[in-house]
Design a protein around this ligand. Sequence first.
Ligand SMILES: Cc1cc2nc3c(=O)[nH]c(=O)nc-3n(C[C@H](O)[C@H](O)[C@H](O)COP(=O)(O)OP(=O)(O)OC[C@H]3O[C@@H](n4cnc5c(N)ncnc54)[C@H](O)[C@@H]3O)c2cc1C
Length: 274
Amino acid sequence: MKPAKFEYHAAGSPADAVALLSRLGEGGKIIAGGQSMGPMMNLRVARPEAVVDIAGATELCAVTDDGDDVLIGACVTHGQIEDGDVPDPSRGMLPHVAGGIAYRAVRNRGTIGGSVVHADPAADWVTTLIALGARIDIVGPDGSRSVQAEDFMLGAYTVSLVEGELVTAMRLPCLSEEASWGYTKLNRKVGEFADAIGAVVIDPARRFCRVVLGGLDGTPCLLHETAQAVAKGEREALPEQIRAEIERRLPEAAPGKKQIYGVALNRAVNAAIG
Ligand SMILES: Cc1cc2nc3c(=O)[nH]c(=O)nc-3n(C[C@H](O)[C@H](O)[C@H](O)COP(=O)(O)OP(=O)(O)OC[C@H]3O[C@@H](n4cnc5c(N)ncnc54)[C@H](O)[C@@H]3O)c2cc1C
């Protein structure tokens, strides 16, 4: 199936992309790896008059360190992260997650920025970036801003971008040497989106501990009480704590769903605490 006719514009930089988007108005849409946009355009779910291709913007393909955070450019691909071609502030969590996304052909083109903006609730990066305490850097006609990952995704396929804005980078704090993590993605077949994701990051040196449940119908869920129990090392109480917090936060979920959420979280917590 082929997409309907559209104009093609290549942006050489974020500033270029912002200028093109404001000239094109509502009819213009960003394309990065095209792994979600391509199918959506073929199926006429998205029918932009023009696309602004940012995949060749070098600034968006770079990974830089500003002293406090590591900035992963929006157009860095899942494959580059999987292969360790770019610096990793996460002590192996990002390459592990990247390697479990779809299959290699998708990972060669799909970008981390495209994934967070597409905001499929079952996708991997939205949950992972929240667990790591990342911020999302954005530029638009009114300048730049940065949003906590948990505030960026507003719901399924909905994010806090306004017209004319684009994501430039994921801003990640560096995990310290004592930090540990666990990531469990449950799906029926390798290469599929998740039925449930448990993501846990513990970094005692930074007094940071997050437990995130993803693969839900909407935004990933930060489990604060379970994170406190993990940070205190209340190992034996954790399965019941996880069960109770799932029950409290997602009372409407089907019993089978609650079961797999619990399995994903228990496995991720166990991997993180060792
Ligand atoms: C068969 C298949 C299996 C998949 N399995 C998984 C999986 O298991 N886990 C997973 O997480 N994902 C999966 N994906 C999705 C994949 O990771 C895509 O790469 C990702 O969803 C979109 O990234 P992209 O760079 O291709 O973005 P595109 O398709 O180019 O764009 C997606 C959306 O984001 C917007 N956009 C892109 N970049 C920016 C930016 N920098 N600023 C503002 N807007 C932007 C576009 O306008 C569009 O709305 C799968 C995809 C396929 C085709």
